[in-house]
Design a protein around this ligand. Structure first.
Ligand SMILES: NC(=O)c1ccc[n+]([C@@H]2O[C@H](COP(=O)([O-])OP(=O)(O)OC[C@H]3O[C@@H](n4cnc5c(N)ncnc54)[C@H](OP(=O)(O)O)[C@@H]3O)[C@@H](O)[C@H]2O)c1
Length: 249
């Protein structure tokens, strides 16, 4: 069950606008108390590099408590300090335990090992997955697997019982940093997942980060916005993205 236990009035205020209503709606079926949910969702970041640090920072600004992690958490202390008291650092295991939701942003080739090491701890958790498979970095075996089976299906295979949602994989962290909370129309972020409640949580977190979520479909549909797909690299509004992907307006 999702956990929310930070009755901080400042965070409540920060969360009062934007994605909160959506977040509460998403959490309701899980039985979380509305009062508790209003104080923010704990988010564990696995791989707080360029993309993990950027999106994690946007969630801190939205009032969510965030734990940044990597294999070298001591290297993340300056980043956490720059983000303020809602940000802390920890090991990967600590971030997984901390998060009501997780965001994973590591080189794709690390996913099989992360699944082996932490799959049990991630079981049942909402996991937003921004990882892309790049043959030159991750090896041609996993890149070919992703090409053949589709990235959402392959990520779910490696991350076992996680409630996986593909998100934030299609553009550079620099674009996310620059375009977050821009005046309407906001930048669209395609997302896809098999678990409807997890997709709702991911959509709310995309909104809180300052973007418009566009639900493309199930994990199998995530290939539409993986590298080389028609939705990849599209720096457009939600209406334009739906049109490009032939989704209902
Ligand atoms: N950069 C972008 O603009 C962008 C945009 C969309 C998607 N992506 C995708 O997001 C992922 C990350 O890209 P990035 O550019 O953010 O990379 P990055 O800056 O190199 O950051 C990767 C992070 O993952 C950590 N890490 C690596 N292996 C790990 C492991 N086995 N366990 C735990 N943490 C690990 C690294 O820290 P340690 O080495 O200290 O563990 C680092 O914090 C990639 O799959 C990439 O394709 C990137």
């Amino acid at each position: 069950m999702l956990r929310h236990c930070h009755p901080d009035p400042l965070r409540r205020g920060l969360l009062a606008a934007g994605g909160l209503a959506v977040l509460l709606a998403a959490l309701a079926p899980r039985g979380a108390a509305a009062q508790a949910a209003a104080s923010g969702m704990r988010i564990g970041i696995i791989g707080a590099g360029r993309i993990g640090g950027t999106i994690g920072g946007l969630w801190v600004k939205a009032g969510h408590p965030v734990m940044l992690s990597s294999r070298h958490p001591e290297e993340l202390k300056d980043l956490a300090a720059s983000l303020g008291p809602l940000a802390k650092t920890g090991t990967v295991a600590e971030a997984i335990a901390f998060g009501d939701a997780l965001f994973i942003a590591v080189p794709y080739g690390a996913l099989p090992q992360i699944g082996k090491d932490y799959g049990a701890a991630m079981k049942g958790k909402v996991v937003l997955d921004a990882c892309n498979a790049v043959a030159g970095r991750d090896g041609s075996a996993v890149a070919d697997e992703v090409e053949q089976e589709g990235i959402g299906v392959v990520s779910q295979k490696y991350l076992g019982g996680a409630r996986l949602v593909r998100a934030f994989n299609t553009m550079s962290y620099a674009i996310f940093a620059r375009e977050a909370h821009r005046p309407p129309p906001r930048l669209a972020i395609p997302i896809a997942g098999d678990d409807p409640d997890a997709v709702k949580v991911a959509a709310a977190l995309v909104t809180d980060a300052g973007f418009d979520p566009v639900v493309v479909g199930k994990l199998a549909d995530a290939r539409k916005f993986q590298r080389g797909g028609p939705g990849y690299g599209q720096s457009v509004s939600a209406a334009e993205l739906r049109q490009k992907l032939s989704l209902a307006p």
